[in-house]
Design a protein around this ligand. Structure first.
Ligand SMILES: Cc1cc2nc3c(=O)[nH]c(=O)nc-3n(C[C@H](O)[C@H](O)[C@H](O)COP(=O)(O)OP(=O)(O)OC[C@H]3O[C@@H](n4cnc5c(N)ncnc54)[C@H](O)[C@@H]3O)c2cc1C
Length: 463
């Protein structure tokens, strides 16, 4: 059969994290030479982010309990380099008519694909808190990247606010690195974690790792509070953050002095590439995410497009390796190649276990859309464009916007540098509240090219 591979087109993998590495490995094992594109300087993705050349910290220091897996992913990718084409520091900023648009060093190029495997990962899911636009407020991911990639902390005394495993992980990493951790403030009630235990038991070692992190923080004397309601991050535009104030589960008010904040409410999938490739999306009521639709193997609704890793659904790093390989197998099957059906079955079964664990995490650390809906009118929602909740609400109540995209056009929430990647989730909650409709009815911000900023001076390759 004359598949697209035989017409000279490529299988393109976007992302060199755990999902992308395993996808590339499976393609190479089948005799193909895929093109792997990643905007990062080095492979590894988020969790197995490699330190810059010249830094010499060891695997154990950098990756802790995941050191063995990190080394395996890096060694696999290093061994693959002879058999793939690898474009690091290259952004995929658009997908149209069977080609991806790339950008590197001011040059844009269009590369046609026979199959496109999107392994774009996830980013922090954020909620606005009054004062979160002060200097010193970072996402949890930003705080972790500072530590992992640059070996520096975001402040001298750091408070962590939000929910999810990353909250405890990053706080413990800061503690281990010698930083002063002012407090760990979880908006999820303890009861949610207890209720989720049967599902979390699907991955007992991960459950135990999480429990040990909390214990280590408490043993070090760090205040660890569950069920808090954020009131405000205090400070001044001149000096930045000075404290975070919360209402505790018992109803009292407490303030914790700090000079930096790490914030995050679990993760959100990076779905813009799937969106630009015209994949259909569906609303996932369990997590409140809009997700690109795909079958169990990762086959999306758009032809020749496959989705894997956290960019398809937040199932964690270990499952990203599984879904990366599955997506590659789906692409290979569609290209007319034979696949190992026993292997596929084993991967699908592993995926089911990880899915149960992920359901447990969503239950244990729920997204608090109600907190976004309750923010005061003077709270900044969109930090890129400095737009307040009041302006966003007025785009609905006065302007007549009925869904997120129209509200964006009227208010500029989601119009800035981040393209709604950080404010979109909370913005949709505020639109839903102002309109008195469900989150699903408030819709989702459509992906727009370029998915991340590219220079105005960008020119077409060869021009
Ligand atoms: C900030 C952050 C920190 C995390 N820390 C931990 C942790 O410490 N421990 C843990 O267990 N889990 C952690 N997680 C979760 C974990 O990183 C993921 O489960 C796992 O990395 C998913 O693997 P992936 O291959 O799907 O995506 P990733 O590992 O995120 O890899 C995606 C890759 O795609 C590339 N990419 C994305 N978009 C484009 C584009 N448009 N063009 C080109 N390249 C692109 C990125 O540069 C990245 O290298 C973290 C997640 C985040 C977001």
């Amino acid at each position: 059969m004359a598949g697209p591979q035989m017409t000279g087109q490529r299988v393109i993998v976007v992302g060199a994290g755990p999902a992308g590495v395993r996808a590339a490995e499976a393609l190479v094992a089948a005799g193909l030479r895929p093109l792997v594109i990643d905007e990062g300087r080095r492979d590894g993705g988020q969790i197995y982010r490699r330190q810059p050349e010249g830094f010499t910290r060891g695997y154990q220091a950098l990756y802790g309990t995941e050191a063995v897996r990190a080394r395996a992913a890096h060694e696999t990718f290093d061994a693959l380099k002879e058999s793939i084409d690898y474009w690091p520091e290259t952004l995929v900023w658009n997908v149209s008519e069977g080609q991806v648009w790339t950008h590197r060093d001011g040059i844009a190029d269009a590369v046609p694909y026979a199959a496109l495997i999107v392994c774009a990962g996830a980013t922090d899911r954020l909620l606005p808190v009054k004062g979160w636009n002060l200097a010193g407020c970072y996402s949890l991911g930003g705080a972790q990247i500072a530590l992992k990639a640059q070996a520096c902390a975001i402040g001298r005394k750091v408070a962590f606010l939000g929910t999810g495993p990353l909250l405890y992980l990053v706080a413990s990493q800061y503690l281990k690195a010698g930083a002063n951790v002012a407090a760990v403030l979880d908006t999820a009630p303890l009861s949610a974690r207890i209720a989720a235990l049967p599902k979390l038991a699907a991955q007992p070692d991960l459950l135990w790792t999480g429990a040990k992190l909390t214990l280590a923080l408490k043993r070090a004397g760090v205040p660890v509070l569950s069920g808090v309601t954020p009131i405000a991050i205090e400070g001044s535009p001149e000096t930045g953050v000075s404290a975070v104030r919360v209402r505790t589960a018992s109803g009292s008010e407490r303030a914790f002095e700090c000079d930096a904040m790490g914030m995050g409410w679990h993760l959100r999938p990076e779905t813009q590439i799937a969106d630009l490739a015209r994949c259909a999306f569906g609303f996932d009521a369990k997590t409140g995410h809009w997700l690109p639709e795909c079958d169990e193997d990762g086959r999306a609704s758009a032809p020749q497009v496959y989705l894997a890793g956290d960019g398809a659904r937040i199932l964690g790093a270990r499952c990203a390796e599984v879904t990366g390989e599955l997506a590659a197998m789906a692409a290979l099957a569609d290209l007319g190649r034979a696949i190992d059906t026993d292997r596929r079955r084993a991967l699908l079964s592993a995926k089911a276990g990880y899915r149960r664990f992920a359901d447990g995490l969503a239950q244990a650390f729920p997204w608090r859309g109600d907190l976004a809906r309750a923010v005061s009118d003077d709270t900044v929602v969109c930090r890129c464009e400095n737009v307040t909740a009041g302006t966003l609400r007025a785009s609905v109540t006065v302007g007549g916007a009925t869904e997120a995209n129209r509200a964006k056009a009227y208010s500029r929430v989601g119009m800035g540098r981040c393209q709604g990647r950080y404010c979109g989730a909370a913005g949709a909650e505020i639109v839903a509240e102002a309109r008195g409709c469900s989150l699903e009815a408030a819709g989702r911000l459509r992906g727009q090219a370029p998915v991340k900023p590219i220079g105005l001076s960008t020119r077409r390759a060869g021009a």
